[in-house]
Design a protein around this ligand. Sequence first.
Ligand code: UGA
Length: 423
Amino acid sequence: MEVAVIGAGYVGLVTAAGLARLGHTVRLAESDELRLAMLTKGESPIYEPGLQELLSEVIQSGALSLFSSNLDAVRGAAVVVIAVPTPQSASGAADTTIVEQVVSDIAPHLDLGAVIALKSTTPTDSFTRLQETLDHHSKGGHLVINPEFLREGAAVADFLKPDRIVLGVASDGAVERMTSLYADLGAPLVVTDPVSAGIIKYAANAFLATRISFANAIANVCEAVGANVRDVLLGMGFDRRIGFHFLDPGPGFGGSCLPKDTQALVALADEGGYDFALLRGVIDVNQQQMARVLSKVRRALNGSVAGRTVGVWGLAFKAGTDDVRESPAVWVAKELANEGAVVLAYDPRARVVDDGITQVGSALDAVRDADALVILTEWDEFQTVSLGELRTTMRGRVVVDARNLLDPEAVRRHGFTYLGVGR
Ligand code: UGA
């Protein structure tokens, strides 16, 4: 099938490469010159496991081609996938300006009966407006809400093996084409109305966020009463109705999706007259969770970090990605610097530009003469650092493990004060 993808962010890029791998002819449009230049050379502008290899393969075979103009990309396309940003507006709701602009620009250039699949997460009332724009400017295109469920760090694998595909449609016109677009993936299909499709996306992310905040809250209870959250979650998780996924306590959820989508769903509910107090609580717990990491470091250093050297392991919002958007790790590192600490940070992939944070090239360099170490992202390589070397490299003896990554007993045996999350 001839497919156009608008936007080469992580969703658009992975979707374009994935659709090309499925045998479709994909034309990908990207307006950012730097990004496009890298892609034209066959280089992935983001780190995502397996993406570089997949891109090289589909660009070389000619299945994926690149364009700077949306109009060039959509000509002759049976399906146009839109994956442009919907940033958070002042009210917390998603801002759809870019999506609306793209739809009105491309509409006159679409083939009769073309399907527009919207991956960007948009408020539920935007469907009617976008379909009207499409009807007004095109020869008759169909709009489909087609939310994505890709996780950063596992996006290629998630695309090729999705748990489900959701299609929100106002009429049956587009269903057959969308079904054949994804046929080879063999995933269960949920076909519903556009508003419900939008809510599925928000509800799924809000539920995941709720699990994380719940696990964090239970970890805090464990700290208060002297229980071990690992054992508590193990004992809970064997109940098949609960399970083990997405219940790892940590420094709080971050990234470009969970924080934004939870806020957006609260705002959406509010507009409809429903106070989503539960979800507001989830967001509150998350904010407190980041602050708790900071207060653990402060407490372990006798009340203040000013003038002390703190080594930070991890800046990415989770392992497996170089993304630092809404990263709890970056928040904690910046706050430490604001409170007067000398912050030495190491992350295997992620970079931040911040005057208060000195980035170094290895985990041990980050703890040279440090009074405390804070572990903020769960990269595997942090588990392989020798505790003996950690001891001889650091000046102080404080380890705050905000990811419960290390073995507390082993760390304590090496003479450290170990502070994990809920254990
Ligand atoms: C999330 C969803 O998992 C995807 O299904 C969805 O498609 C995506 O948002 C999106 O809307 O685009 P992602 O933002 O890549 O994916 O990250 P997650 O794996 O969900 O992790 C989010 C945050 O929660 C991270 O900061 C992570 O460290 C944290 N987390 C996750 C925990 O603290 N504990 C856990 O048990 C799991």
